[in-house]
Design a protein around this ligand. Structure first.
Ligand code: NAD
Length: 249
């Protein structure tokens, strides 16, 4: 994207202490935005801020699966740069893989709670703040996954939550268009972040072999597309679900 294109904007990124969220903070700051790095892991969010510098970024502790935590984060976020964020990136996410017959209810609830309900809570709370403050040109980017379409064995909870994010995104785009808020989502493929560090090497090899580009993606390769969706250069992109997978299907 272009340096300076987001000057004067404030962005809130959840899951900002790691992987795609941290790379997104880096690129949004590169493009001129002030960035609120939000994460359940405050120390990790602070490390992101340390890298970017405290003039252009601030850390915020939030558990996206808790309505109360998200609600109180809005007031905190407003204080950081005296302005409600008009760019919101829902990158917080978790996996709890397991075969269906053995999957504990808790693992289903936890994955839904962060990936789908978390996306709802953050989107609702921050869209309200934008609308109340009559801020225009809002843009919300949600992280789905290509797993929503591949429906991998052992990932029923994760696949269903990420399919939900696609539907949620489309509805939100229809409801928020009249407020000048665009909502889009990205379906990353297999990206080299701590989330996939636990995957056995044999499984990684199989996925890489299925990918036409023959490699895993880097978090910055997702963050570049997020930065585009956050910018005015994507002003007519709304309700889209964009695959960024190296061709992996
Ligand atoms: P990651 O594990 O590296 O980072 C996730 C971050 O989310 C962590 O910093 C974690 O502390 C934070 N988080 C978890 N639960 C939270 C909560 N309740 N509240 C606030 N923060 C919370 O993961 P990643 O690979 O960067 O993934 C980012 C997003 O992209 C996720 O939604 C993930 O599902 C999605 N995704 C990742 C891949 C991949 O291959 N890495 C592929 C497709 C989609």
């Amino acid at each position: 994207m272009s340096v300076g294109v987001l000057a004067g904007k404030v962005a809130l990124v959840t899951g900002a202490g790691s992987g795609i969220g941290r790379a997104t903070c880096r690129l949004l700051a590169r493009d001129g935005a002030k960035v609120i790095a939000a994460d359940r892991n405050l120390k990790a969010a602070q490390e992101t801020v340390q890298e970017l510098g405290s003039e252009r970024s601030a850390a915020l502790e939030v558990d996206v699966s808790s309505a109360q935590s998200v609600q109180s984060s809005v007031a905190e976020a407003l204080k950081k740069f005296q302005q409600a964020p008009t760019i919101v990136v829902n990158s917080a996410g978790i996996t709890r893989d397991g075969y269906l017959l053995k999957m504990p209810e808790r693992d289903y609830d936890d994955v839904y709670g962060v990936n789908l309900k978390g996306t709802f809570l953050v989107t609702q709370a921050y869209a309200k703040a934008m609308i109340e403050q009559k801020l225009e040109n809002g843009t919300i980017v949600n992280l789905s996954s290509i797993v929503a379409k591949m429906n991998n064995v052992g990932q029923a909870n994760y696949a269903a939550s990420k399919a939900g994010v696609i539907s949620f995104t489309e509805v939100a785009s229809k409801e928020f268009g009249k407020f000048g808020i665009r909502v889009n989502c990205i379906l990353p493929g297999y990206i080299d972040t701590p989330m996939v560090a636990v995957v056995p090497d044999s499984v990684k090899q199989q996925v890489v072999q299925r990918c036409p580009l023959g490699r895993m993606g880097q978090p910055e390769e997702i963050a570049e597309v997020i930065a585009f969706l956050a910018s005015p250069q994507s002003s007519y992109v709304n309700g889209a679900a964009i695959e960024v997978t190296g061709g992996l299907k």
